[in-house]
Design a protein around this ligand. Structure first.
Ligand code: ADP
Ligand code: MG
Length: 901
């Protein structure tokens, strides 16, 4: 047990003797025992005992102590004003954080100030902008298994629910296969997963924080009730009991994390800029409900192009493959020209879930094509979208009563842009853009309300006035009038009293302790009138008040206080009225996001010369795949280097298995990935980096990179490789695109070849998947000649004076050798080493030597046979130093034949 969690032992022993405040701390720690409790004491959040020691070290804050009659307790505190950055560090260290705020004004009570946990911050339930990436979702997941019922007998499915608490995105899915759910988990990369009694832990990646949660929340009936409280009949909405259980539990967890006991604003500035000093009493708002969760989308993983964790990584969707690769060397980096956070998230969602249905794909292509055609529309839209705030998170804050007046103005500013965006789409032609234009609801009523109610540049504080505009509320205007008149009277007082007393040095002033006063210097004290009452004696003067001045002052202060209160009330009303429009705001946000994503795709298409792919009917290729690419490029590699050689691809049910050979560094991996990425981009709705492309939508992309090629990914064991291959052989079908990059390499040559060959045959004969197989096993090229739907491709290189020239050009047929040694030369390996390698490599077959290896240093075959004496003699006789590379190859070829005899 982590000493930073749970009630400190030192306190637990003598709980009943503790001071009331420390007892409060102890009890909160006991109640929230999986979280590190931050306990508000004035302007600080304090931690005690184990938690204090841990925080002090982790956050580099001072460790002090607090003493009471029962002992001395270590203590460490963080200033509330910048608590968020400390909380972030605690989250990063793997903690959940329970924030316990003072929920009473210290003056209001005679006893100890009441404190309550107002929110629980966990990696998956963040809503603080400061802690969230703006252009990506932050999901919390819940996993549960369904149970058979009469209506759904076959229901033993694993279900996954995903919620972004900051935006309100809420998804659910299920599958009979745990692996399929694991794939969905890696697609959405949740930061945290809530698990119930029966969740298999192995579908969650290591990075994901696992939060065991109340079993009762996962109970079928109570979960059903929770769901129906938000979205209506769960049975109509969701497809399995597992989904209901996962969704219900997730909602319960989100409510719990929001801090269930006290609603609305609390003192202490738990969220910066929102430090309400007049807390809304518990129970005044609508319970624990998260009002902005307005939609739950149930989807079937099979509606989207399936990408598992390995494919996501190897196709560089979101993370660069190379460990020290450039941050933006990813598909999303290449495609993201979005102008606002909404669009950034939408684009990521599209990439995460490429489509399958041709008409849905083409609807996006139509829009991209139209936007590509008009530079003006595109650029204007982009400019306007830059002024769009993150409406999803904004309305979430508004709905959670966490928004300040500036947030409302931000909403208003965004709404102001909407009519202009509609104008840009006035002449839209394609259905998607026409529909988008209609969805761009300017919410004029909301905008007018904010315009009328909230001043243009309001302060961050919402309880100290200065927020509500003139003429919005008669009562408020009256109060302000009273205060203004009173101040005017005081402003005039000085002149009046100077005249009355004849004392020219008489002054009217104000200080926070005594309020308004009239100051008269000592030499003039004789002139002080009857009704002056002495308040304060200074060295050279006396300060007075008059009953009338006091009365005026009370009036001003009273009016101002009431005005502040009235403003706060009015502000809360406006905020609630706006919150009631949450669904309209969310729909608008979605339209803005979609437009931004489409404009981004069009911008990239125009700027980087992408073409519109033709999407073939799913039945067109006999249930198989047709992929025809002319002049295709790798979208990421082409951006990172000066010139890129385009290559085509022709795959169809009759030619669906390509064995690709060629020396190291000739472009095999790049080529295979670019084919897959082009297919993926097309299904995202993007144009593609090619001269022309025609494709059937692909159902699944599998990629496997041989162990030796993926050490960076930390998956370097042969076992893992075989395990992944097994999945492909089991799950792939004729609508899958399979990339095999140097698989079967992590074992001895003979085994590796045998495995590679067996895989090839199986994929060809049984699975029927469209396969690109880059291999150093040259015998595979011969195998390809025997398989009816297989063919060979290779990357040729030229050599001049022992130096290799890469053309990066794909050609039909098999490569003649591997040129490992030459590549070493090109890479700058010292000449002596290269020469020695050349000596060593010559006896071996070209197929088995990609690079100089220790195996080649013996005259033994890799498979253990002895080198026959005659071949050895011939080899020794060769004058390597004077052979041209081509001669060497011919010679090697001859020797190889000799061996085989
Ligand atoms: P292989 O898998 O055959 O070893 P890679 O595909 O990893 O080779 O390519 C090696 C390098 O060659 C790439 O990092 C890239 O810089 C370059 N390259 C690959 N294909 C091309 C191409 N079509 N045009 C230009 N450069 C390329
Ligand atoms: Mg490679």
């Amino acid at each position: 047990m982590d000493p930073a969690l749970g009630p400190p032992d030192a306190m637990a022993e003598k709980r009943d003797e503790l001071t009331p405040m420390m007892r409060q701390y102890h009890d909160l720690c006991a109640r929230y025992d999986d979280a590190l409790v931050l306990f508000q004491v004035g302007d600080f959040y304090e931690t005690f005992c184990g938690a204090a020691e841990r925080s002090a070290r982790l956050l580099e804050i001072a460790l002090t102590s607090r003493e009471d009659s029962t002992g001395e307790y270590p203590m460490a505190g963080i200033p509330i004003d910048n608590a968020e950055s400390y909380i972030e560090d605690l989250l990063e260290a793997g903690y959940r954080v329970a924030v316990a705020d003072q929920v009473e004004e210290p003056g209001e009570t005679s006893g100890v100030v009441e404190r309550a946990v107002t929110r629980i911050v966990t990696p998956g339930t963040l809503t603080e902008d400061e802690l969230l990436a703006s252009d990506d979702n932050n999901f919390v997941a819940a996993i549960a298994r369904g149970r058979g019922t009469d209506t759904r007998p076959a229901d033993d499915e694993l279900a996954l629910a995903l919620l972004d608490v900051s935006t309100g995105d809420f998804l659910a899915t299920s599958s009979p296969s745990d692996e399929a759910i694991a794939d969905e988990v890696s697609r959405f990369a949740p930061a945290e997963a809530v698990v119930g009694p029966d969740a298999p832990a192995d579908v969650l990646p290591e990075e994901c924080m696992v939060t065991p949660f109340d079993d009762r929340a996962f109970d079928r009936d109570s979960a059903g009730e929770t769901v129906s409280g938000y979205f209506g009949d769960p049975d109509a909405l969701l497809a399995s009991d597992g989904e209901i259980r996962a969704c219900g539990a997730l909602l319960a967890y989100a409510e719990y994390a929001r801090g269930g006991e006290h609603e609305g604003e609390r003192g202490g500035g738990a969220e910066r800029g929102d430090a309400a000093d007049s807390p809304v009493a518990a129970g005044e708002s609508e319970g624990d409900r998260l009002e902005y969760l307005t939609h739950l989308t149930r989807y079937d993983p099979r509606e989207y192009l399936l990408l598992d964790a390995v494919a996501l990584r190897s196709l560089e969707l979101f993370e660069p493959r190379a460990v020290r690769g450039r941050e933006d060397a990813t598909l999303v980096g290449v495609l993201d020209e979005t102008a606002c956070a909404l669009g950034g998230r939408k684009l990521r969602d599209w990439l995460r879930r490429p489509l399958l249905e041709p008409h849905r794909i083409e609807a996006r292509h139509d829009a991209v094509e139209e936007l590509t055609g008009s530079v003006q529309t595109r650029e204007h839209c982009h400019e306007l979208l830059r002024d769009v705030y993150d409406l999803e998170r904004l309305i979430g804050r508004i709905s959670r009563e966490r928004a300040n007046a500036r947030d409302l103005r931000s909403l208003r500013d965004t709404l102001a842009v909407v009519p202009e965006l509609r104008d840009q789409l006035a002449d839209a032609d394609c259905d998607r853009l026409i529909a988008l234009r209609d969805e761009l609801d300017p919410l004029a009523d909301v905008r007018d309300l904010i315009d009328d109610a909230v001043v243009a540049d309001p302060p961050i504080e919402i309880t100290e006035g200065g927020i509500v505009a003139e003429d919005y509320d008669a009562d408020l205007d009256d109060l302000r009038g009273t205060a203004r008149d009173g101040k005017q009277w005081i402003d005039d007082l000085e002149a009046r009293e100077r005249e009355r007393t004849g004392v020219d040095s008489l002054k009217v002033g104000y200080n926070s302790v005594h309020g308004y006063y009239i100051e008269v210097t000592n030499p003039n004290l004789d002139a002080v009138p009857e009704n002056y009452q002495r308040r304060q004696t200074l060295k050279n003067s006396e300060r007075f008040v008059t009953p009338e001045l006091k009365e005026r002052e009370d009036e001003i202060v009273g009016a101002e206080e009431r005005a502040d209160e009235r403003e706060y009330e009015l502000f809360c009303d406006v905020r609630r009225t706006v919150a009631d429009e949450v669904e309209r705001v969310q729909r608008l946000a979605d339209a803005l996001a979609t437009l931004d994503a489409l404009v981004s795709l069009a911008t990239v298409a125009a700027q980087y010369d992408y073409c519109r792919p033709e999407i073939l009917d799913r039945e067109a290729a006999d249930g198989g795949l047709e992929i025809a690419i002319e002049g295709g490029r790798h979208p990421v590699v082409e951006r990172t280097q000066e010139s890129f050689v385009p290559n085509g691809a022709r795959l169809s049910p009759e030619r669906r298995l390509a064995v690709i050979t060629g020396p190291n560094m000739s472009g095999k991996s790049t080529y295979m990935r670019q084919v897959a990425q082009i297919a993926l981009l097309a299904q995202v709705g993007s144009f593609v980096p090619a001269r022309a492309a025609r494709l059937t939508p692909v159902d699944r992309i599998f990629t496997r990179v041989g162990a030796s090629d993926d050490i960076a990914g930390g998956r370097s064991t042969f076992m893992v490789e075989m395990d992944e291959l097994a999945t492909i052989l089991r799950d792939a079908d004729e609508r899958s695109l399979v990339l095999l990059d140097e698989v079967g390499r992590g074992t001895s040559t003979a085994d590796g070849l045998a495995i590679a060959q067996a895989i090839t045959e199986h994929l060809h004969d049984e699975v029927g998947a469209t396969t690109l197989f880059a291999t150093h096993h040259h015998p595979l090229t011969e195998l390809a000649d025997d398989l009816s739907a297989a063919f060979t491709l290779h990357f040729a290189v030229d050599q001049t004076d022992g130096e290799v020239v890469f053309h990066h050009e794909i050609e039909p047929g098999a490569a003649t050798g591997s040129y490992g040694v030459e590549v070493a030369t090109a890479a700058g390996v010292p000449e002596a080493v290269v020469d020695r390698s050349r000596e060593l490599v010559e006896p071996a077959t070209p197929a088995e030597t990609d690079a100089p290896t220790a195996d080649a240093a013996t005259t033994q075959y890799a498979d253990g046979g002895e080198l026959p004496a005659d071949v050895a003699a011939e080899l020794r006789a060769l004058d390597v130093g004077h052979l041209t590379p081509v001669d060497a190859l011919t010679e090697l070829d001859r020797l190889q034949r000799l061996l085989e005899e």
